[in-house]
Design a protein around this ligand. Sequence first.
Ligand code: NAP
Length: 336
Amino acid sequence: MRMTNQDMTSNSFPMTLSDPGVQHKLGTVCIFGTGDFGRSLGMRLLQSGYGVVFGSRNPRNSSLLPRGAQVLTHAEAAHTARVIFVAMHREHYDFLCQTAGEALAGKVLVDVSNNLKRNQYPESNAEHLHQLIPAAFVVKAFNTVSAWSLQSGGLDANRQVLICGDSCEAKQMVVDITHSLGFTALDKGSLRAATELEDYPLQLFPLWKLPVTLATSLTAFFFFYHLVHLIIYAAVNDREDISFRIMVSLANRVFPTVSLIMLALCYLPGAMAGFLQLYNGTKYRRFPAWLDRWMLCRKQLGLLALALAFLHVLYTLIIPIRYYVRYRVRDSTISK
Ligand code: NAP
């Protein structure tokens, strides 16, 4: 089935003065669900020049909706637009199927849902929706964008919308809407990629995991090395208690060492990749997976190196104002 941008507003619904399709040059978009996400998306769509029709269980009692939007039942709303954002939780998809199943045939259903944990269901939410309504074109998109981001118009860092789906034309329609809302779109392929997209919001700083583990392990290693070498050795061998040095002097030996190692680890994969390209005689061959992963977290490695170097500067400035150092300086001056 071919779809065009003009198809965004379906002709099958009777045109009235309140029909948003009449007033909005970009066409009408339908949103199922009047929750946080649906309302924020509706507001953004209206601001960008789209007409918005909400599909809700309680069209009469819906409040807090953006001005200019219409609220109808799911089945009625489905007739007003070609693109329908399903801003509901996966658990309620069955309800959608029962109430508006037939009206959704041939529509582009944008699944924005996320789960509470990974592998919660055997298949992704988008694939589940497609199984329930096989006559619709399901596109996974906007699940990595928060309701807040939509309200602020993507002014924070999160401006990228990841999109996947089996129909190129359906995806293109969603890409067009994405651009109109002021976001950038990144096509992640077929609907099978939906699982990956649904996992994204559940990952906390994924690229930081390896560098932070590395920095923590190195810090712990060098800390214990210096602890044994300086403090415990002095206590056992010379019967001297210098444990007060642990907090500042010892830590200040660890930070620059780890910082320099992290800095080396930041630049090393780039050099290795260069040599590998020379060895392969081409830059078009894929790097091994471990090198790929290492290269991806170079920024994080560099930032951690910088943070440790900053701590070194801070501790170096603190050392001269410590009572012990001032006493040593005064003592040596007087004795001279
Ligand atoms: P929400 O505030 O709980 O709203 C969900 C909406 O679903 C309700 O407003 C309701 O709309 C409808 N609904 C609730 N119970 C239902 C039932 N038993 N049967 C049928 N419909 C029912 O959730 P939300 O925060 O807007 O999130 C909606 C979807 O967007 C979720 O899948 C979520 O994972 C996804 N998402 C949210 C965010 C976010 O920042 N909030 C970000 C990315 C993705 P009516 O009362 O109008 O029927």
